[in-house]
Write a protein that binds this ligand. Structure first.
Ligand SMILES: [Zn+2]
Length: 200
């Protein structure tokens, strides 16, 4: 009997927000809209992010998704007019923040297509993992990610695939990058005996 199989999952309220208490912090981003009617949410897209690039541990990713970056700082100039978000952020410590309800469309993928279906924001959930294309992610991040994927699958049983931003926006995006360990995701899915495919 594996420990992973019986760990405490995150709950979600009917309106799509986590009920994790201290395990999931909610910061509501204004950068979202409704999904097209009758959309089946079946895809999860993994990203990496750091703000500023390569700097970890602050609160600037949150500020970016809340449109609250300090406009007087030159380093944020290129980011000021972006209106972006993701459903979740997993910080270097493994702590989890939710910005957009699972029911709604977060603005994380941009121009994208998954196996011929364009506009992935419509039918996907975006998870940002604090990191870069150039270094390893932390164990705590994989633990949170595995639990989050299984928790989302429990809430949205139609979820059938996990992919990378680079897979749905090739040539334009490279994240979560070569240091991301897909085996850790595969393990979490297999341990929970869930039917979810990985691309790649
Ligand atoms: Zn991305």
């Amino acid at each position: 009997m594996s420990l992973g199989k019986h760990r405490k999952r995150l709950g979600f309220s009917e309106n799509g927000w986590c009920e994790g208490g201290s395990k999931c912090r909610i910061l509501k981003s204004p950068n979202f809209d409704s999904r097209p009617q009758n959309t089946t949410i079946d895809l999860l897209v993994l990203h990496n992010i750091s703000v500023p690039e390569g700097i970890f541990g602050g609160t600037e990713i949150e500020n970016l998704f809340l449109n609250q970056l300090d406009a007087s700082k030159k380093i944020f100039k290129p980011l000021l007019n972006l209106k972006v978000s993701s459903h979740f952020l997993i910080k270097r410590t493994g702590s989890l923040v939710q910005f957009v309800s699972l029911r709604d469309r977060a603005w994380h993928a941009g121009k994208s297509s998954f196996l011929g279906r364009v506009g992935c924001n419509d039918f996907s959930i975006g998870i940002e993992i604090e990191g870069t294309d150039f270094e390893k992610f932390n164990d705590a991040q994989y633990d949170t990610l595995g639990n989050l994927i299984i928790s989302i699958k429990n809430f949205l049983p139609a979820l059938s695939a996990v992919t990378s931003h680079s897979f749905i926006a090739p040539g334009r995006k490279t994240d979560p990058g070569p240091y991301f360990d897909w085996n850790r995701v595969r393990e979490a899915i297999e341990t929970a005996e869930k039917n979810i495919f990985l691309f790649p």
